[in-house]
Design a binder for this molecule. Structure first.
Ligand SMILES: [Mg+2]
Length: 260
C-alpha cells in the first residue's frame, strides 16, 4: 500500500533545463548585439568553460556529493551555513566572470569587463524564467489528499529555496521538503531516502520515488529498497540502473499508483 510519493524537483516538476537554456539564449543575445557573435557558439563555449572551471575547484567533490551542477554555479548565491558552501559563495563571482570571459575568448573576443557584465546578466535572466511542465500542477492536484507528498531534491538549500520562491505555487503541495545540502548527503546515498522516510514516519514499502535521473533518483531508491518511477521525457537510453517503472509523462503515474 503506497502512502506517499517522493518527488524530485529539477527536470521532474520544474523544467530547469529549459530555464537554463532560455537564460543562456537571452544572455548570449546581448553578446550577439555587441560583437556580432553567434549566440549558440557562445553558449557552447561558456558551458564548456564552466564545466572545466567548476571541476577544478577544491569544493568540486562536495558539489558532486550534494548534487549541484556547474550551471547552478552560474546563478546560485550559496548563502548556506557550511564551510564548503561558504567557499562556493566566495568563489562563484570569479567563476562566473571567468567562464563568460573564457567563452568570449574562445570566439575571439578579449573583453573581461563584458565577461563580467554577461556573468551578472545570466543570474538575472535565470530568475526571470522559471519554467514548469504543463502537467506538473495537474499531477500534484490529483495526488494531493490521496498521498503524502515529499519533495526530495539535491542541491544548495539557498538555491533550491530560491527556485521554490520564484515558483511559490509548488510548496503548499508538499508535506515535507528535504534538500540534500541541509541533510549533508545527496541522492543516490540511501541515508537521505531513510531520512525522508523518517520525516513521514513511513516504511520503505509504503513510498515510491519519482525522478528523471537514473544515477541519483532511481539508483538511490534502489539502494534504499524503495520502488521508483523513472520519468523519461526525452526517450533516453536506460543504463544499468533499473527503475521499477518507466514513464514518459507524469500523468502515467496515476495508473501505476492505482495498481500498487
Ligand atoms: Mg532531476
Amino acid at each position: 500500500m503506497i502512502k506517499a510519493v517522493f518527488f524530485d524537483l529539477d527536470d521532474t516538476l520544474l523544467w530547469d533545463q529549459k530555464s537554463v537554456k532560455e537564460a543562456f539564449v537571452a544572455t548570449c543575445k546581448v553578446a550577439e548585439e555587441r560583437y556580432g557573435l553567434d549566440s549558440n557558439q557562445l553558449e557552447e563555449a561558456v558551458r564548456e568553460a564552466a564545466r572545466n572551471l567548476y571541476s577544478s575547484y577544491e569544493f568540486y567533490p562536495f558539489t558532486q556529493m550534494i548534487g549541484i551542477n556547474p550551471f547552478e554555479g552560474l546563478w546560485g548565491n550559496f548563502l548556506d551555513d557550511h564551510d564548503d558552501f561558504r567557499k562556493m559563495k566566495d568563489t562563484v563571482p570569479g567563476y562566473r566572470k571567468d567562464a563568460w570571459t573564457a567563452g568570449l575568448k574562445a570566439l575571439g573576443v578579449d573583453d573581461p569587463e563584458f565577461g563580467q557584465e554577461l556573468a551578472e546578466r545570466f543570474p538575472a535572466e535565470r530568475r526571470k524564467l522559471p519554467f514548469l511542465y504543463e502537467e506538473t500542477f495537474k499531477t500534484l492536484d490529483t495526488l494531493k489528499g490521496k498521498y503524502k507528498l515529499l519533495l526530495l531534491t539535491n542541491g544548495s538549500p539557498d538555491l533550491q529555496n530560491t527556485k521554490l520562491t520564484i515558483t511559490p505555487e509548488l510548496v503548499p503541495y508538499f508535506d515535507q521538503i528535504v534538500i540534500s545540502g541541509d541533510f549533508g548527503r545527496g541522492k543516490p546515498d540511501p541515508t537521505i531516502f531513510e531520512h525522508a522516510l523518517s520525516r513521514l514516519s513511513l516504511q520503505k514499502d509504503e513510498v515510491i520515488m519519482v525522478g528523471d535521473n537514473l544515477m541519483t533518483d532511481i539508483l538511490g531508491a534502489n539502494r534504499a529498497g524503495i520502488k521508483s518511477v523513472w520519468i523519461n521525457r526525452h526517450n533516453k537510453e536506460r543504463n544499468e540502473v533499473i527503475p521499477t517503472f518507466e514513464i514518459h509523462h507524469l500523468e502515467e503515474l496515476f495508473t501505476i499508483l492505482e495498481k500498487l
